[in-house]
Design a protein around this ligand. Structure first.
Ligand code: CP
Length: 308
């Protein structure tokens, strides 16, 4: 089967086969990063714009590195430094970049659905780099790629996602992707931020971190998102970290070879202790490193489907 998508907007709309193609392509892309000259001419002459309407360290930088490794011409745009502050709309902004020759747009936006709206109204390919509380497909693909690399498979694994499920685009994308590839997914957090409707997506709901951790292969910790008002859903950060913060003692309830993941940025002492974050069982910086290969794969595959 060939990959035939013009856009990558979310894992909810990708099939298991399409997800596997991205993961397999990312493996080949990872090899490029081991070379002395970490660059291939694949996208020479193409222009890619990174439209960032929300802050980002990892996603923006690694998309930019990925695009440069594929030899594309790259322009990174910050809404706060642009004519958006003078009232120009998202669509007009995107159309101006199209007029300058951009054929792929990577967009992060605070509004859930913004990349979908853009994809319907412009000719360029669109890659979702995180939209509101909806989806963060590149992060979930990185997480799934890293799990497959560490465990050799996805099918049959028990994966636990901890924390602010309600506001988490990372959780949504991971649940879609992991379930499609045959993993069992547990979610845990305070009842106010773990909605019942996640059962319909195939996740098993827990409210006790200790119960949820029993025998899991992978733990994905989520950031408490103060910018999405998560702090209003429980009495205090101290109570949250007491009940849902990951410590070495709690982690003993998981499988012996458990891996701990976090999409970043991490709040040390809130979601997890520094002892856990810096432990060899934590693969947080490996996720970041894999981000380049996974995003190279996404850009390459979308470029193949540009004419669709
Ligand atoms: N994981 C992630 O999306 O991090 P940034 O917000 O720094 O891009």
């Amino acid at each position: 089967m060939a990959f035939s998508k013009k856009h990558i907007l979310g894992l909810g709309e990708l099939s298991a086969e399409e997800i596997k193609i991205i993961l397999d392509t990312a493996e080949s892309m990872k090899e490029i990063s081991t070379r002395d000259v970490k660059k291939v001419p694949t996208l020479k002459g193409r222009t890619i714009v990174n439209l960032f309407f929300e802050p980002s360290t990892r996603t923006r930088s690694s998309f930019e590195i990925a695009e440069k490794r594929l030899s594309a011409d790259v322009l990174s745009f910050s809404a706060s430094q642009s004519s958006i502050v003078k009232g120009e709309s998202l669509l007009d902004t995107a159309r101006n970049f199209e007029a300058m020759g951009a054929s792929i747009m990577v967009i992060r936006h605070g509004m859930s659905g913004a990349p979908f709206v853009l994809a319907r109204q412009i000719s360029a390919s669109v890659i979702n780099a995180g939209d509101g509380s909806h989806e963060h497909p590149s992060q979930a693909l990185i997480d799934i790629f890293t799990i497959r690399e560490k465990k050799g498979r996805i099918e049959g694994l028990d994966v636990l996602i901890v924390g602010d499920i309600l506001n988490s685009r990372v959780a949504r994308s991971n649940i879609f992707g992991l379930r499609k590839l045959g993993a069992r997914v547990r979610i845990v957090g305070p009842a106010t931020i773990v909605p019942e409707y996640f059962r319909d997506m195939g996740a098993e709901i827990f409210y006790s971190l200790e119960h949820a951790l029993e025998n899991v292969d992978v733990v994905i910790m989520l950031r408490v998102q103060s910018e999405r008002k998560t702090l209003e859903y429980f009495p205090s950060l101290r109570e949250y970290s007491g009940l849902y913060g990951l410590t070495r003692e709690k982690l003993r309830l998981a499988k012996e070879d458990v891996i701990v993941m976090h999409p970043g940025p991490i709040n040390r002492g809130v979601e997890l202790t520094s002892e856990i974050a810096d432990d060899p069982g934590a693969v947080i910086l490996e996720q970041v490193a894999n981000g380049i290969a996974v995003r190279m794969a996404m850009i390459y595959l979308v470029a193949l489907g540009e004419s669709l």
